[in-house]
Design a protein around this ligand. Structure first.
Ligand code: C2E
Ligand code: MG
Ligand code: MG
Length: 742
């Protein structure tokens, strides 16, 4: 090295030291130049030496440009230079290193932050100067300030955020805000350093959560979830969690977690869900209720319709036979009569009543009676045309409406109906024969409305019955008069008893053997002030159909019994008192008791009373008749069959009836002298009666010849005008007295 050589030429020792010095200086220069910091020697406030970096820091191209300058130029102003000097020199003076950060000034006047480190070269001799290391920390300062403001902002955010924020590194809390602590119920700072396991419900929960967030974290994505976390007190809270790794490439840096308590929201959601479920349930329930109501309503509507239809049916049709009733008949009749009037046609109205139908009901029961009516309805319908109406009014009464039918046509239909009824009715084991009686009225001759026509047909029907039943009759003016009279008599009869218009006449009954009066028949007489004497043949049936026969009949028995008792009292030899009994009376349940009471009241021996029953009454209901007759017989009362021979009698029943006497009807007696048939009949009756041990009495004996024949045939008694007409009580008593004297 030339300098070394040169030095060695001067003095070997000297030159060695010099060389070493120069080496040291060069080395120093290399250090100075290569140092990243500015280095300067200052002596007596002048810059003696500096490195490149120093020159650079202060805006100079190389050290030469700044060396020799006063140090004052490095500071913003004299005051700051002075301030540094006053703080630094006491430190330096002690031989210590002075360090500070101050503001300095570049060549262009720009101020910058610098870090100073100063030391005296020789603390013992300050004049030897000082060395300063200067570091430009302007950028660092700026970065620091920026960092500071970021941190401040961050703290602000953290401290004021409503959500919980926690920084986790290696799953441990490095930092968290108060909201996070509050969220989990911890004291301030309590969570610092804690593991995130702390707020997971279970170990497994925690691990699963880790598994879930690790994937998005690794690729720089946010992890979002709803987790159930555990508070410090052990209770659970629902949280919405958002987390992200601070740096996806560096897991070491950890992650930031943001937690929001959504317990209330969850609760609200659950409540909402529950409310919805409840609502749906309610709606479902209501729907079901509604459909049930609708069903019930529909059912009701159907029932209502059925009920209406039923009512309609009931209103217009007879329940038993299904035939139109009077209401529907009315309707049909109005139409038929209207049409007939327009077309000048005739209409026939037929009233049908079954003869003795009551007996069928009474003896065989209503069920059998109903079956007969049902069958009859079928037969009636079959006998007429399509346009005809067969209606039932109730009971055994039917009305037929036959449009476009005249008298001849009606007669033809009536015959057909009688024919149809002839075939016996087979009801169960019973074979029954019922005969109808038919009355016919014609439009317009007999009436122009249903009411009038049906009254006429009804009256004609009664006439048919009166004429022997099982036939038909047209309505006539004569029938009209009769029915008018029936009505008149019915009304008048209602007051006959209380007004004392009734009286009994007595007709003697004579013994064939002795010629003596052995009995009397009590016959009812009605004398009306205006109508005069009304025959029992006329008013008894009226009284029977109105029921008046019961009080009248009782009056008759009582009067007759009392009369006989009085006669005997007065010394008359005891005779029997025959009293006629209506079928209505006979069927009355109280009859036997009533008879006994009357006999007891009059103190008359029961065997002196004889009750006359017509054949029909006994025969239509033989079993019931036997019971009643047996009862009466046991009470001592005698019984006879009136008008015998006019109806049917069964011999076996006659025996069982315990009848005492048969009264041969006067129709046989009347022509007995001439008519061989009557002779035969009467003869047969008498011999039959005697063979059964019964007495016989002939009614209506008017002639000696009749009497002779009867006596010859063995008839036991006789009654008739030949002996006496029925006479008032006094006259009868006189008759007895007079005949007894003979
Ligand atoms: P009956 O019981 O057969 O009575 C006999 C009827 O023949 C009586 O008519 C009587 O006057 C009449 N008679 C009697 N002898 C002769 C005669 O020689 N020649 C003729 N041609 N007739 C004679 P009456 O009194 O008009 O009674 C008629 C019917 O009225 C009775 O027939 C009877 O069935 C009924 N009757 C009369 N009184 C009563 C009564 O108090 N109660 C009931 N239920 N019926 C009565
Ligand atoms: Mg009689
Ligand atoms: Mg008679």
């Amino acid at each position: 090295m030339p300098e070394t050589n040169r030095d060695s030429e001067v003095h070997p020792v000297q030159s060695d030291a010099l060389a070493q010095l120069q080496l040291a200086l060069r080395e120093q220069q290399v250090i100075l130049d290569s140092a990243g910091v500015g280095i300067v020697f200052i002596k007596r406030r002048f810059l003696i030496r500096c490195n490149q970096r120093f020159a650079q820091i202060f805006g100079h191209a190389d050290p030469a440009a700044i060396v020799g300058h006063t140090s004052l130029s490095l500071y913003p102003d004299a005051a700051s230079s002075h301030a540094l000097a006053t703080t630094a020199y006491p430190v330096l003076a002690q031989g210590l290193t002075f360090k500070s950060e101050i503001r300095m000034k570049r060549r262009d006047g720009q101020l910058f932050w610098a870090h100073l480190t100063g030391k005296l070269v020789n603390p013992a001799a300050t004049e030897e100067g000082s060395i300063w290391i200067i570091d430009d920390i302007n950028e660092q300062k700026a970065a620091q300030a920026q960092l500071q403001s970021v941190l401040t902002e961050q703290s602000l955010i953290l401290d004021n955020a409503m959500v919980g924020i926690v920084f986790l590194r290696d799953r441990k809390v490095t930092r968290c805000n108060q909201s996070f602590e509050n969220l989990l119920g911890y004291e301030a700072g309590e969570l610092h350093g804690c593991s995130s396991r702390q707020w997971h419900l279970t170990e497994q929960d925690w691990k699963e959560s880790i598994d879930r967030w690790q994937v998005p974290f690794a690729v720089g994505q946010a992890f979002e979830d709803e987790l159930v976390l555990r508070k410090k007190d052990g209770s659970a809270i629902h949280c919405e969690v958002r987390a992200k790794a601070i740096d996806a490439s560096d897991p070491e840096l950890g992650a930031i977690w943001i937690c929001m308590d959504i317990t209330a929201r969850k609760k609200a959601e659950n409540e909402l869900r529950q409310a919805r479920v409840d609502l749906e349930k309610l709606v479902e329930q209501r729907t079901q209720e509604l459909s049930r109501t609708v069903l019930a309503l529909e059912k009701k509507a159907i029932e209502q319709k059925e009920a209406e239809a039923h009512i309609q049916r009931l209103a217009h049709f007879d329940a038993l036979t299904g035939l139109p009733n009077r209401l529907l008949l009315n309707d049909r009749c109005r139409h038929a009569l209207g049409a007939a009037q327009r077309r000048h046609q005739t209409v026939a109205l037929m009233f049908i009543d079954l003869d003795h139908f009551k007996n069928v009901n009474d003896s065989l029961g209503h069920r059998v009676g109903d079956e007969v009516l049902l069958e009859l309805a079928v037969r009636l319908k079959a006998a007429v045309r399509e346009q005809d109406t067969v209606s039932r009014l109730g009971g055994d009464e039917f009305i037929l409406l036959l449009p476009e039918t005249d008298a001849a046509g009606a007669a033809q239909v009536a015959k057909k109906l009688l024919q149809a009824a002839l075939i016996p009715f087979q009801i169960g084991q019973h074979e029954l024969t019922v005969t109808p009686s038919i009355g016919i009225a014609l439009y317009p001759k007999d009436g122009v409305d249903l009411d009038t026509l049906s009254k006429c047909a009804d009256a004609a029907m009664y006439r048919a019955k009166g004429d022997g039943r099982n036939n038909y009759r047209f309505f006539t003016p004569e029938i009209q008069a009769a029915s008018d009279r029936t009505l008149l008599l019915d009304n008048a009869l209602r007051r006959a008893l209380e007004r004392g218009q009734l009286e009994l006449h007595y007709q003697p009954q004579i013994s064939m053997a002795t010629g003596q009066t052995v009995g009397a028949e009590a016959l009812l007489r009605w004398h009306h002030p205006e109508l005069g004497a009304v025959s029992p043949v006329e008013f008894i049936p009226i009284a029977e159909s109105s029921g008046l026969i019961l009080p009248i009949g009782e009056w008759v028995i009582r009067t007759a019994v009392t009369q006989l008792a009085a006669w005997i009292q007065q010394g008359m030899a005891p005779i029997t008192m025959a009293v006629n009994l209506s079928s209505v009376q006979f069927r009355h349940a109280e009859l036997p008791q009533l008879v006994t009471r009357i006999l007891e009241d009059a103190a008359l021996p029961a065997h002196l009373l004889e009750l006359e029953l017509t054949e029909g009454v006994a025969m239509t209901q033989p079993l019931e008749a036997i019971a009643v007759m047996t009862d009466l017989r046991q009470r001592g009362v005698r019984m006879s069959i009136d008008d015998f021979g006019t109806g049917y009698s069964s011999l076996s029943y006659l025996k069982r009836f315990q009848v005492y006497k048969l009264k041969i009807d006067q129709s046989f007696v009347r022509d007995i002298e001439q008519d061989p048939d009557d002779k035969a009949i009467v003869g047969a009756i008498i011999s039959m009666a005697s063979s059964l041990g019964l007495k016989t009495i002939a009614e209506g004996v008017e002639t000696e010849g009749q009497l002779a024949f009867l006596r010859a045939r063995g008839c036991t008694e006789a009654q008739g005008y030949y002996f006496s007409r029925p006479v008032p009580a006094q006259a009868f008593a006189n008759y007895i007295r007079e005949t007894a004297l003979k």
